[in-house]
Design a protein around this ligand. Structure first.
Ligand code: IPM
Ligand code: MG
Length: 355
């Protein structure tokens, strides 16, 4: 079993280091780890945010554990050299088109949410975000206009792209509450019209799943008003980026949520995938022990489950994380004072008490 480790920038290396301590504690047999450069760290060493050798390492692995990318030192670089291109490049080069972002309240920790406790308690949803298309990967550019320089970005989805994410979403919903909400802006966008029609078409293959549709503005409102109505949400790349950050604040902190990016490739042990916290590199707090490693640790749990077939170990990690949060081990993001390393210590100690 080969895991490629790409810690990246800012708080990425700190949170990944804690996830690796947890992995070490599990003593899984036959595990090989490789570490590669991505993001600003890679740019400064290899003049590119996603060097060819990193891509090769990614292709040779069964799974990737990713930290975060982005750094102030690269703010003035042209877009193709910016650290963010590392994660966008990995997603597209590796065909990782389905991003699963679960957001569920931690029992007894409703007070961490920005919502009222009984509203927070009702959250148990999963965002299936399309990851290889939309305005993220459309043509873009700058041109002259009567109003001065004009930036433009093309947004598109074709039926094949919508169909494959639709199948992932319906299958995911089948394994959950059998309710799928497709989020679009079909009252304004042609992209969304094709999206919606294709969702309805694919839905005929899954008669047990109740499919409904919601405009993205309404979905943003419903997510804070009554998040308990959602089970599985499927949406495009841009809307999914925004709604998943919002869902994390409803749970408590962006430092708690993990994600899996999956494609079609199967390995000997499961589905090949890239796993990362949904938070960014937060360069303003990097190196100060202020980052919450929980999202990275939970990303490791998702990696073990989806890519390595280690369900028992994944569940053990999730229980350990729930345990330390119930014990009140909080970092600054949750109003506590535990450092990144202390939270990692607590998770490792808790793991030893769980068989
Ligand atoms: C995310 C991030 C990325 C995205 C950035 C870093 C390019 O915000 O994974 O949600 O927009 O997809
Ligand atoms: Mg984002």
């Amino acid at each position: 079993m080969k895991i490629a480790i790409f810690p990246g920038d800012g708080i990425g290396p700190e949170v990944v280091a804690q996830a690796l301590r947890v992995l070490d504690e599990l003593s899984l047999p036959g595990l090989t780890l490789f570490e590669g450069d991505v993001g600003a760290a890679a740019y400064h060493r290899h003049d590119h945010p996603l060097p060819e050798e990193t891509l090769e390492m990614a292709r040779a692995a069964d799974a990737i554990l990713f930290g975060a990318v982005g750094d102030f030192s690269c703010d003035d670089l042209p877009r193709h050299l910016r650290p963010e291109q590392a994660i966008l490049g990995l997603r597209s080069e590796l065909g990782l088109f389905a991003n699963l972002r679960p957001a569920a309240g931690f029992p007894g920790l409703e007070h961490l949410s920005s919502l009222k406790p009984d509203v927070a308690r009702s959250i148990d949803l999963l965002v299936v975000r399309e990851l290889n298309g939309d305005v993220y990967f459309g043509e873009k550019g700058e041109r002259d206009s009567d109003g001065g320089r004009e930036g433009w970005d093309a947004m598109s989805y074709n039926e094949a792209e919508v169909r494959r994410i639709a199948h992932t979403a319906f299958r995911t919903a089948m394994g959950r509450g059998k309710k799928l909400t497709s989020v679009d802006k079909a009252n304004v966008l042609e992209t969304s019209r094709i999206w919606r029609e294709t969702m309805i078409e694919v839905g005929r293959d899954y008669p047990e799943v109740a499919l409904d549709h919601m405009y993205v503005d309404n979905a943003a409102m419903q997510l804070v008003k009554s998040p308990g109505q959602f089970d599985t949400i499927v949406t495009g790349n841009l809307f999914g980026d925004i709604l998943s950050d919002q869902a994390s604040a409803c749970v408590g902190s962006i430092g708690l949520l993990a994600s899996a990016s999956l494609g079609e490739r199967q390995t000997e042990y499961g589905t090949f995938g890239l796993y990362e916290p949904i938070h960014g590199s937060a360069p303003d707090i990097a190196g100060q022990g202020k980052a919450n490693p929980v999202a990275a640790v939970l990303s490791l749990a998702m990696l073990l489950r989806h890519s390595l077939g280690c369900e028992a170990e994944a569940a053990r990690i999730e229980r350990a994380v729930e345990g330390i949060l119930t014990d009140g081990v909080f970092g600054g993001d949750l109003g506590g004072s535990a450092s990144t390393g202390e939270i990692g210590d607590a998770i490792v100690r808790k793991l030893l008490t769980i068989s």
